[in-house]
Design a protein around this ligand. Structure first.
Ligand SMILES: [Zn+2]
Length: 234
């Protein structure tokens, strides 16, 4: 714990003061660029990965970057977070960012080994459609390759779950919301994006537009109001 407390003292002493204006501005409210959904895995640091500042990303994390689909049977933290981001904060982008070597997806592939983790097992039911054609589609592949494919398909499945919410579909139809499916490989720093026209994950820089199909005006406004930050592509 002392490592964490020391970190806070270091932040207060050496970091906060250097960004005084930024933190002061945050007091006026937030207008994040995106809802960033990723795994709780400690190897992912969304702010570091996207080089964004406090106030720029609205972040939702859980084991396996899973979004429970629309249902009125029970309250859902994912539903509430998604609703707040889209309807209240009016984010323009929703990113689901899975990652290499995801323990949750590994668990999904080995559900029979999860008896000691019943909550994890229950949670993974929202990813189970991933298993449907996986065996057939990955015949002959190594376990590592199968895991990689399952991680990608899990991101796509969760995106379907995101789209199960009517307020998401309506915002997309109004042209106010875009969805992005990514996988982060932390060992290389690579981010792959799902390219709908190619129907596969490709390097973020090679993905067919619109990956962040912001208008020129949006990009200019964004650049003016931020230093650095998210890479919009036009
Ligand atoms: Zn994970």
């Amino acid at each position: 714990m002392s490592r964490i407390i020391k970190g806070i003292f270091n932040f207060q002493k050496n970091v906060h003061g250097t960004k005084e204006q930024l933190f002061k501005n945050l007091g006026a409210g937030q207008k994040p660029l995106a809802l960033f959904i990723t795994c709780s895995d400690s190897r992912i640091s969304p702010d570091m990965l996207t080089q964004t500042q406090p106030g720029e990303l609205f972040i939702m994390r859980n084991a396996g970057n899973i979004v429970s689909p629309c249902s009125w049977d029970h309250a859902s933290g994912e539903a509430a977070t998604l609703e707040y981001a889209v309807k209240q904060l009016k984010v323009r982008e929703v990113i689901i960012c899975g990652h290499a070597k995801c323990g949750a997806v590994h668990g999904l592939l080995h559900l029979d080994t999860l008896d000691a983790l019943p909550e994890v097992k229950r949670w993974l039911k929202f990813s189970e459609p991933v298993l449907a054609a996986l065996k057939k589609d990955t015949a002959g592949m190594s376990p590592e390759e199968v895991l990689t494919i399952a991680i990608e398909r899990n991101v796509l499945q969760q995106m379907e779950n995101v789209k199960s919410y009517s307020f998401v579909r309506e915002a997309i139809d109004r042209g106010e919301l875009r969805l992005h499916s990514w996988v982060y490989h932390f060992e290389t720093g690579t981010v792959l994006a799902y390219d709908q026209t190619k129907n596969r994950f490709v390097s973020l820089s090679d993905a067919t537009k619109p990956q962040f199909s912001a208008t020129k005006e949006e990009v200019e406004t964004y650049i003016k109001s931020h230093q650095g930050g998210m890479d919009f592509t036009i």
